[in-house]
Design a protein around this ligand. Structure first.
Ligand code: PLP
Length: 379
């Protein structure tokens, strides 16, 4: 059994992918070929945003979004410690200061009350740790839509507006999901997603995209993506990146987009079957009314994590832990001086959570087997 079965997906759309790839090999426009624009149009249609700008990875998408808002030294950027390192890494790379805010124990997304409190503390001149720089400017919030479930954007946008901050959706796991009839990618000022192969919409390498409705910001993003170019490529007006998406990856994504909406539906069915079979045995994901998860991961919590993962492995069922160590306790973030116990929910969840195989092509009989193994291990 596969944790994420990319081969099953390829077999399903093989002809289309192969045709798209050979078209690129024939026209030879490997950098910014016609597929890139075509993809950006399809993606902005899908997310219902005015603009989509593809780029080289989800990490670069986040970086470009932060750079477009001139985030840098002296700025406070609030985010979750229960995420992939990239979310916080881009804040640090730009010299800004990540302020970690603990998560909600049910959604695993940023806790709204704790976010409001953390902002008030900074406003009052109180830093979260002794090592946090003083006199930070409130600048941005990066909510992470963990495992594919959007955060509570109405509440977050309201807090941001009150404090004149920007909201950058980390939609790396949630593209294809939605919140109150709005698509992930279109829930705040700007959004970043990833096309890493294992994400809900993945290419065959690295890729990402930024989404916005803002005319000025998109101009900046276009420049930042290609070394800060001005109207001429050899007359640069700001410091930027080499952040383009390869034409080949755009071509692959165009094929995958043809089946993406269907795949998101299939993911709902897979998740529903897991939840029906597991809800009385372990803590299953809780999806509130008005939210649709893209189901990047199906994660459960149990006190018996190690034995469960062990018996599943013996039965040829792969599992993974997202995330074993919250960011505030990682060595890379020792410089911020957060203590153990400072983010109790993230710390507890990281000791109990793990993820089961999740992809649109997961067979019902395989899921039945997984549910049975978990059932007998827990009894
Ligand atoms: C995968 C991921 C990223 C980074 O995406 P890459 O394409 O791997 O650079 C950022 N944030 C989250 C939450 C992710 O899961």
């Amino acid at each position: 059994m596969q944790f994420i079965d990319l081969k099953a997906q390829y077999n399903n759309i093989k002809d289309s992918i192969n045709d798209r790839i050979s078209t690129v090999l024939e026209h030879g426009k490997y950098i910014m070929g016609p597929e890139v624009k075509e993809l950006e149009k399809r993606l902005s249609d899908f997310a219902e945003t005015k603009y989509c700008l593809s780029c080289s990875s989800g990490t670069d998408a986040l970086l470009l979004a932060l750079m477009a808002y001139d985030i840098g030294p002296g700025d406070a950027v609030f985010t979750s410690p229960f995420t992939f390192i990239a979310t916080a890494e881009v804040i640090s790379l730009l010299g800004a200061t990540p302020i970690f805010v603990d998560i909600d124990p049910d959604t695993y997304n940023i806790d709204i009350n704790k976010l409001a409190n953390a902002i008030t503390e900074i406003k009052n001149g109180n830093t979260p740790t002794k090592k946090t720089p003083d006199a930070l400017t409130l600048k941005a919030i990066i909510p992470v839509d963990l495992f594919g479930l959007p955060a509570d954007y109405d509440a977050i946008n309201k807090i941001a507006k009150k404090n004149n901050m920007v909201v950058i959706e980390d939609a790396a796991q949630s593209f294809g999901g939605s919140y109150k009839e709005r698509k992930s990618g279109n829930l705040s000022d700007i959004a970043a997603t990833s096309f890493f192969p294992a994400k809900p919409l993945g290419c065959y390498g690295d890729g990402g995209a930024v989404f916005t409705n803002n005319d000025e910001i998109v101009e900046k993003l276009i420049s930042l993506r290609v070394h800060g170019k001005g109207s001429d490529k050899y007359d640069n007006i700001r410091i930027g990146l080499n952040g383009r998406l390869d034409t080949l990856q755009a071509a692959i994504l165009l094929s995958k987009l043809d089946v993406f909406a269907k795949e998101i539906e299939l993911r709902q069915e897979v998740a529903q079957r897991y939840s029906n079979g597991l809800k009385d045995i372990v803590k299953v994901p809780s999806i509130q009314e008005g939210y649709t998860s893209a189901w990047a991961q199906y994660s459960i919590q149990s006190d018996k994590r190690e034995s469960l993962m062990g018996t599943l492995k013996e039965n040829d069922v792969p599992t993974a832990i997202y995330y074993p160590k919250p960011l505030h306790l990682q060595t890379a973030y020792a410089y911020l001086g957060y203590d153990e116990g400072s983010m109790p929910v993230s710390e507890e969840v990281s000791s109990k959570i793990f993820s089961l195989p999740m992809h649109p092509y997961l067979k019902e009989e395989d899921q039945q087997k997984i549910i049975e193994v978990i059932n007998y291990t827990c009894h």
